[in-house]
Design a protein around this ligand. Structure first.
Ligand code: NDP
Ligand code: HSE
Length: 447
């Protein structure tokens, strides 16, 4: 092919499962096009897996010795699609120390210790790319890292876990229970045998940490992210959201808060189920799809949407990174380094303003509503709307009371609910779901 130096860019692949097998397929099927785009051929020189006997199709490329592969002299780039913290961290650090560029889809590792990887890349002058780690095929990290590098991002909010979005969408569409929707997600191959990383929100929290780090030029780890999953969401919660013109989604929210008085500028990063306005673009994202809404001072509102998981979609993002690092090798440059210069503090969840939708089972008698309203007032929480259903009016029975608040610090809201749950007139706190307007001009509940 014309213009090529004849020095192929040599790639070692770690992992050949759902994503890795698609990377191998695309590398073979698109070899000529990739060569044209990179300026030299991209050649797979080794594939490390855990059980080589299961990968006979890879022939002599396959090895169980990933540690030897990542430092081999005939390797220029290491692509890691194994997952988990170890041995991936040690393997990638060894690769970077040896001057190899790294492409990884490993959100757990990046959210746990991305800074160490970035420092190792800086020390050796190698590239570290990880587009596939958040929202699969959706080009999102490069827009944050490069296209929006001249802007000031104020919020990133989105649906970044396909499994939980599938479950919540199924519950909303059919009224099915969480357990039934999870079973369907497992049958269709979205949820894994152990679905806890998805349904407990950890997968989304890792992605939120990566998004916040890039958006706010600040190191944020998974441990900084407040995280609640979807196990407690009930069909009644979804129906209650629908009555208000809202839908329930597992949302990752990364926000920058400007400095106020003695409080410095800060960031807050959280993942939890939330009622969002049905008119918000994120509300229309159904099934296993992902979507992320980015707000920047100059650019305004941007939305990124597409397939957030799956072998081929994720491999597309891996290949995009591989072309970028291979090009850098060919022309002798480097991609963007980690940008953590803002070094903003991460706010504790208790100080973050949120809104609650609280559903209570209460005694239906004079003074109960006043007592409950008084507890909200006592904690400095302003009520936006109250609705009572059930009860017989004459006293003695129970009624369902729904209270929707205005925004208040999370700690004040949580303390109010704690006190309410101990009141004699409150038979039970049936559910607490946060309400997020996400900056849209949707009608505020209660106004
Ligand atoms: P799989 O479980 O399908 O594949 C993992 C691969 O890693 C297997 O080939 C396995 O070998 C190999 N492996 C496991 N342990 C080792 C080890 N110690 N040394 C060498 N190889 C090892 O995972 P996925 O392809 O689904 O995910 C890979 C990465 O991509 C993860 O970080 C994941 O979070 C990320 N990702 C995945 C998405 C998806 O939709 N699947 C979407 C976005 C990101 P063997 O085949 O022999 O068992
Ligand atoms: N388990 C993840 C999801 C895969 O459901 O979105 C993509 O990271």
């Amino acid at each position: 092919m014309g213009g090529m130096s004849g020095n192929a860019v040599r790639v070692a692949l770690l992992g050949c499962g759902t994503v890795g097998s698609e990377v191998v397929r695309l590398l073979h099927e698109q070899a000529d096009e990739l060569a044209a785009r990179v300026g030299d051929r991209v050649e797979l020189v080794g594939v490390a897996v855990r059980r080589p006997h299961k990968h006979a199709e890879l022939g002599e490329l396959v090895t169980a010795d990933a540690a030897a592969l990542v430092t081999r002299d005939d390797v220029d780039v290491v692509v890691e699609v194994v997952g988990g913290i170890e041995p991936a961290r040690t393997l990638l650090l060894e690769a970077l120390k040896a001057g190899k560029s790294v492409v990884t889809a490993n959100k757990a590792l990046l959210a746990d210790d991305g800074a160490t990887l970035a420092e190792a890349a800086d020390s050796s002058g190698a590239d570290l790319y990880y587009e596939a780690s958040v929202a699969g095929a959706i080009p999102l990290l490069r827009p944050l890292r490069e296209s929006l590098a001249g802007d000031r991002i104020t919020r990133v909010a989105g649906i970044v876990n396909g499994t939980t979005n599938f479950i919540l969408s199924a519950m909303a569409a059919s009224g099915s229970s969480y357990a039934d929707a999870l079973e369907e997600a497992t049958r269709l191959g979205y949820a894994e045998a152990d679905p806890s990383a998805d349904v407990d929100g950890y997968d989304a929290a890792s992605k939120a940490a990566i998004l916040a780090s890039l958006a706010f030029h600040t190191r944020v780890t998974a441990a900084d992210v407040y995280c609640e999953g979807i196990r407690a969401v009930t069909p009644a919660d979804i129906a209650a959201a629908g009555e208000l013109g809202f839908v329930i989604k597992l949302i990752a929210i990364c926000e920058r808060t400007p400095a106020v008085a003695t409080q410095p500028e800060s960031v807050a990063v959280r993942v939890h189920p939330a009622m969002i306005p049905a008119a918000h673009p994120l509300a229309a994202v159904d099934g296993a799809f992902n979507a992320v809404f980015v707000e920047a001072e100059a650019a305004g509102q941007l939305m990124f949407y597409g397939q957030g998981a799956g072998g081929a979609p994720t491999a597309s993002a891996v290949l995009g990174d591989l072309v970028a690092v291979a090009r850098n090798r060919v022309i002798g440059g480097r991609g963007p380094r980690e940008s953590a210069h803002a070094n903003l503090p991460v706010r504790a969840m208790g100080t973050v303003p949120t809104r609650y939708h609280v559903s209570l089972d209460v005694a239906d008698r004079a003074g109960v509503l006043a007592g409950i309203a008084g507890e909200f007032a006592h904690h400095g929480v302003s009520i936006a709307a109250v609705r009572q259903t059930g009860g017989r009016g004459g006293g003695g029975g129970d009624a369902r009371l729904v209270v929707v608040t205005h925004a208040a610090p999370e700690a004040a809201l949580a303390a109010t609910v704690q006190v309410l749950s101990g009141l004699e007139a409150v038979r039970g706190v049936d559910s607490v779901v946060r309400v997020e307007d996400l900056g849209r001009t949707a009608p505020e509940v209660g106004s």
